[in-house]
Write a protein that binds this ligand. Structure first.
Ligand SMILES: C[S@@+](CC[C@H](N)C(=O)[O-])C[C@H]1O[C@@H](n2cnc3c(N)ncnc32)[C@H](O)[C@@H]1O
Ligand SMILES: [Zn+2]
Length: 329
């Protein structure tokens, strides 16, 4: 963990009458952080701080299988597969049109399947938007909530103007992988990927990026263990429909943003797959989340495709909605 990260961390221990203690933490040894006020302890595993109350109920992101999906989704253009395995790594395009499928439809689906870079346009679109809207200015500090294996976290760290980026995710497995990738940019990070046949093989991620201004933590988007008013820009991409209490995430983002800071929130609102138990938490109009006394809407975009190959035979294509808000001063 970098010193800058330690300085941004705050205690999430519940104290009577308050949501959380919010005090600074100090590192007492390689494995432990302690709150300077209430004495609550948090673990550090493999140099990664774990600032989360209990395991978040939704656990599919803790599975190896999911990590393979995320490697491909985040870093497809940078994955190097052994030459002998190349042909198995993408879907062959079949000429056969099964059953009642319309040929054009079938072909567009198989094309999407066979294109390993299918999610790349999503990240490129967001990067373009961030540039266009000038969301990054000199010394910007960024938080990437629900960062997965860290594609956008690393991308943000590559902006010349960006001072520091924190990637946060509730999945320890995702954060371990993100840390590994970030720390071995110049070399090859060994990973496992899925073939169409279902077989798994080893491959490598190779990024020629020099990034040392980012760090990753295990944490909960619904209770950010981070200093208030610390960030100029918060990204919350494909996360809001994955948490039990979406409104908490927005409140927490408001707390950690500096006044005048920006939030980029993108989502397909796939509430059916969310861990939400009560229907009233599923929101269809995102503007309900954003009180106009506190937030100014800057931009709204729709129809941003986001495709991921969940299993060897399942491609999910979302049509994402994007909102940019500014915390009012
Ligand atoms: C669909 S992925 C999005 C990954 C990345 N932001 C992207 O758009 O490419 C959702 C991520 O949110 C994380 N997540 C789910 N619940 C969370 C929570 N309560 N706090 C933080 N992260 C969470 C998952 O572990 C997963 O990595
Ligand atoms: Zn405390």
């Amino acid at each position: 963990m970098k010193t800058k990260t330690l300085n941004l961390l705050r205690c999430i221990h519940h104290l009577p009458g308050t949501e959380s203690c919010d005090s600074e933490l100090k590192q007492i040894n390689e494995f432990t952080l302690v709150c300077r006020e209430c004495g609550a302890e948090y673990s550090i595993k493999d140099y990664i701080p774990h600032l989360i109350h209990s395991k978040i109920s939704e656990n599919r992101y803790q599975k190896e299988e999911m990590i393979k999906v995320y490697y491909e989704m985040h870093f497809a253009p940078y994955i190097i597969v052994n030459e002998k395995d190349q042909e198995h790594f993408s879907y062959p395009q079949s000429e056969i049109v099964a059953g009642s499928f319309e040929k054009d439809f079938y072909q567009s689906v198989t094309q999407l399947m066979s294109n390993r870079n299918r999610t790349e346009s999503f990240y490129q679109c967001l990067l373009e938007l961030i540039r266009q809207e000038r969301l990054v200015t000199p010394n910007t500090t960024v938080l990437d909530i629900g960062c997965g294996v860290g594609r956008m976290t690393l991308e943000m760290a590559r902006f010349d103007e960006v001072d520091y980026v924190i990637g946060l995710d509730s999945s320890a497995l995702m954060i371990e992988e993100a840390t590994k990738i970030a720390n071995s940019q110049q070399s090859h990070t060994p990973i496992k990927v899925n073939f169409v046949s279902g077989k798994t093989t080893t491959a490598k991620i190779k990024l020629d990026w020099t990034v040392d201004n980012c760090d990753f933590i295990v944490g909960d988007a619904q209770q950010l263990a981070l200093q208030e008013s610390a960030f100029d820009l918060v990204l919350c991409l494909n996360v809001i429909d994955r948490v039990l209490k979406p409104i908490k995430v927005i409140e927490q983002i408001f707390r950690v943003l500096k006044s005048g800071g920006y939030l980029v929130i993108v989502d397909p609102y796939d509430w059916e797959r969310s861990p939400i138990l009560q229907h009233e938490h599923c929101i269809t109009d995102m503007s309900e989340f954003f009180n106009s006394n506190k937030w100014q809407k800057i931009q709204e975009l729709d129809d941003i495709p986001f495709a991921l190959r969940e299993t060897n035979r399942k491609l999910v294509v979302y049509i994402n909605h994007c909102l940019i808000y500014r915390k009012k001063t």
